[in-house]
Design a protein around this ligand. Structure first.
Ligand code: ATP
Ligand code: MG
Ligand code: FE
Length: 341
């Protein structure tokens, strides 16, 4: 069975066809980097307009690439949140129109569930439960993934997401937008112990993350004029990784360790982060799984795959379902002071 996936929650317009045998049958992705770069970050109005211009022809092209019609699809899965509301609405309304015209059922997918299940698309051996570090542009969470739709949040950030901290560090260092890959590249040329930076929450009895103080320290280090940008980038990355490991360590004190540690989201594309997590999992006797880089940052294959995972539940969406700018994966999670979701 095959599912059409549509993603438009941030600055990637993406469409994919994925089948329940984990095959990405066709996919297209259009980044809006060029549109947003002059502003140093994503401008919601520009994003929504770009999604609206590109999405319909991309859907047509992906169906053409695969020689598949909407009637062949078991469902149309669209990101319904969380994200920039204008973009989410473009994708969701398009999916509704296609569903209405073709009679194909609609699945309203949580973008974070797309990230959370993406490792299972690439790794057929990855069974539930697993411990997930979800590190993206808007989120930094540790989740116990117990099944499809069954997520228990163990930690979140009380201020910035880690991807956001990478992006801000890039901006401070004049590396432009998007920042994560640029910081990673520059860090390779620097000394990770050259700049003394804070590691917020390290050793805290609270489970959460914090990156605002690290970002401010990066700004101060840069403004001091005493450090090379590469040293700041390397030291920032090392501090951030130390925070990730410490918080995972804390989480594993609170629960029985599942067999696998898994990382997903845009920051999971970072090789230093992946390497450190794999080593940590090894020390803990846990397996490690990370999706291929192209499935870490936003894409529609993960949305279509979440749709495949949800097919057996039969929970199709009504055509009047609303887009949600905020939509926590774990509705039971305690609200955290200062945190987004
Ligand atoms: P969310 O998924 O929380 O709604 P988003 O969809 O904007 O946010 P993603 O596309 O999952 O986020 O990830 C984008 C983030 O990942 C950006 O902040 C980007 O800087 C970061 N990122 C991408 N590649 C790397 C990398 N190689 N190293 C570090 N960070 C990276
Ligand atoms: Mg993006
Ligand atoms: Fe994302």
């Amino acid at each position: 069975r095959i599912v059409l996936g549509i993603e438009s929650s941030c600055d990637e317009t993406a469409v994919a066809l994925v089948d329940t045998d984990r095959r990405i049958v066709a996919q297209r992705i259009a980044s809006q980097e060029a549109e947003h770069a002059p502003y140093g970050g994503v401008v919601p109005e520009i994003a929504a307009r770009a999604h609206a211009e590109r999405l319909a022809p991309m859907i047509e092209a992906v169906l053409d690439d695969a020689g598949v019609g909407l009637a062949d699809c078991a469902a149309i899965a669209a990101t319904a949140g969380p994200g920039l509301i204008g973009g989410v609405m473009v994708g969701l309304v398009s999916a509704k129109a296609l569903a209405m015209a073709s009679g194909t059922p609609l699945l309203a997918i949580n973008h974070l569930e797309g990230h959370a299940l993406s490792p299972r698309l690439a790794d057929p051996g990855l069974d539930f439960p697993y411990l997930l570090l979800l590190v993206s542009g808007g989120h930094c969470q540790i989740l116990s993934v117990e099944g499809v739709g069954r997520y228990r949040r163990l930690a979140t950030t009380i201020d910035d997401a880690l991807g956001e901290a990478f992006d801000k560090t890039a901006k401070i260092l004049g590396l432009g937008y998007p920042g994560g890959p640029a910081v990673e590249k520059l860090a390779l040329e620097g000394q990770a112990d050259a700049v003394s930076l804070p590691r917020p929450m390290l050793g805290s009895k609270e489970p959460h993350f914090s990156f605002a103080g690290l970002k401010s320290a990066v700004l101060r280090a840069h403004e001091s004029g005493e450090h090379a940008a590469a040293d700041i980038a390397a030291s920032f990355q090392q501090a951030a990784i130390a925070c990730l490991i410490d918080r995972l360590d804390h989480a594993l004190e609170q629960i029985d360790a599942p067999p696998n540690l898994v990382v997903a989201g845009g920051v999971a594309a970072n090789q230093a982060v992946r390497g450190a997590l794999e080593a940590f999992a090894g020390e803990r006797g846990m397996g490690f799984s990370a999706p291929p880089m192209a499935l870490c940052t936003d894409n529609a294959a993960m949305i279509a795959w979440a749709g495949c995972e949800r097919l057996p539940l039969g929970e199709f969406a009504p055509l009047d379902i609303a887009a949600r700018p905020r939509w926590p994966l774990d509705p039971e999670a305690e609200p955290v002071r200062g945190a987004g979701v």
